[in-house]
Ligand binder design. Structure first.
Ligand SMILES: C[S@@+](CC[C@H](N)C(=O)[O-])C[C@H]1O[C@@H](n2cnc3c(N)ncnc32)[C@H](O)[C@@H]1O
Length: 270
């Protein structure tokens, strides 16, 4: 893994993440997860290859974010627990973990199937509005207060890709309040290089719908696939007290191959 500092404009480290990280495979080649997410739940969260995707993410969290089995973990927008199961299997279920999500049926399932077997892995439902995942939600995302307890490590995989700018900024501020260590989040991020790929017809998405808040949507329903400007994402993280921010480019731009479709930002508290 190599890193290089970019110019003064973005002042973040760029990291190229190879497809193979070179770690001992551990659970990587095991056929099925010990707890299998039903297809009807998994398909709403990036497809049925939940095991492979989750395991890759858990490996990335260890290699790029320093996650280990002793850290407490907050999973923002956890869905039915794809990351929970992958982290649990990777570190022998030794972490204290809390995931929350706006989808009641995901949380009901995860609580029964995951917490029922591994009580240090907990899940909470919040009735927060999201046009795609919980359109009737009673609470505005900007009103959400994260759990009072403190966490070492936070993750938000494929969540800000469904949220608007002010909602995302609020969630990042809340994360900054409760997390003392690393925050690993995934995004579709637009900068000059991504823009050039879109203009050249090379990127997987065009994000053709510019929204008033500076984000861009790929579909008519904005919440389906939201892209944020890289600079604004970095500003939000810095405003929330994070520094040492690394950008790992996602495969969606087709600038280079990598392990994950979405961009990743790894941010640390000093
Ligand atoms: C593509 S899924 C990703 C799920 C999980 N992070 C993963 O990677 O497996 C997006 C998730 O974000 C959740 N979500 C959307 N808006 C949210 C919000 N305002 N607060 C918490 N979760 C939210 C959705 O309910 C959904 O579970």
């Amino acid at each position: 893994m190599t890193g290089r500092r970019t110019g003064a404009r973005s002042r973040i480290a760029r990291i190229a993440l190879p497809a193979t990280l070179g770690l001992a495979p551990r659970v990587w080649h095991a056929a099925a997860m010990s707890i299998e997410i039903p297809e009807k739940l998994a398909k709403d969260h990036g497809g049925v290859s939940a095991d492979e995707i989750g395991r890759k993410w858990a490996e990335t969290m260890e290699v790029c974010g320093g996650l280990d089995g002793d850290q407490s973990v907050l999973d923002i927008g956890c869905g039915p627990g794809r990351m929970a199961i992958s982290i649990g299997e990777r570190f022998d279920w030794s972490n204290r973990y809390l995931g929350f999500d706006v989808r009641a049926r995901d949380i009901t399932w995860a609580t029964r199937e995951i917490t029922g077997r591994h009580p240090s892995f907990g899940f909470e439902h919040i009735d927060v509005r999201n046009p795609l995942y919980n359109p009737e939600g009673a609470v505005d995302p900007c009103e959400v207060r994260f759990p009072g307890e403190a966490f070492d490590f936070a993750l938000a995989t494929s969540v800000f890709t469904h949220m608007q700018r002010d909602e995302t900024a609020h969630y990042i501020r809340e994360t900054g309040r409760v997390v003392s260590g690393v925050f690993l989040s995934s995004w579709f991020l637009i900068d000059d290089e991504a823009e050039a790929q879109i203009a050249g017809g090379h990127a997987l998405f065009t994000f053709a719908h510019a929204l008033d808040d500076g984000t861009r949507a790929d579909r008519a329903m904005a919440a389906e696939t939201v892209a944020h400007p890289l600079e604004s994402a970095v500003e939000m993280l810095k405003a929330a007290g994070f520094s040492d921010i690394e950008h790992i480019r996602g495969r969606w731009t087709r600038i280079r191959t990598g392990r994950h479709n979405q961009d990743i930002l790894v941010a640390r508290k000093r």
